[in-house]
Design a protein around this ligand. Sequence first.
Ligand code: SF4
Length: 124
Amino acid sequence: MRKGLVCVLCPNGCYVEVELRETSSGPQVQEVTGALCKKGDKWVRQEVIQPLRTIASSVLVEGGNFALASVRTDAPIPLESISSVMEEIKRVRVKAPVNIGQVILANPAGTPCNIIATRAVERA
Ligand code: SF4
């Protein structure tokens, strides 16, 4: 099976074609054509087998000078895990102070990442 996609890693937007072969352990990449660099080649191989995404959101803060602290994943997670991770983030309440880089939630929905703060919130 041949699949075409546009690499989104840089403004070049290379159109890349991937030849996939079904195996007993799932689809395997046979060949990649059209990627102008190794980084894009690697991204496309990952994207067609298991797409990964980083996500950003915010959590409620109690007793802070801001009601919300922005957060993000510290590593990409499988695309299919995003809704369950967002559900866990939605339930989080943290007490001020919150520091940038602080782990707010470890391994949400069993994914190998942490949710970390990207905004500092001081005590009110
Ligand atoms: S393959 Fe390389 S050059 Fe082409 S869009 Fe992707 S990152 Fe950019």
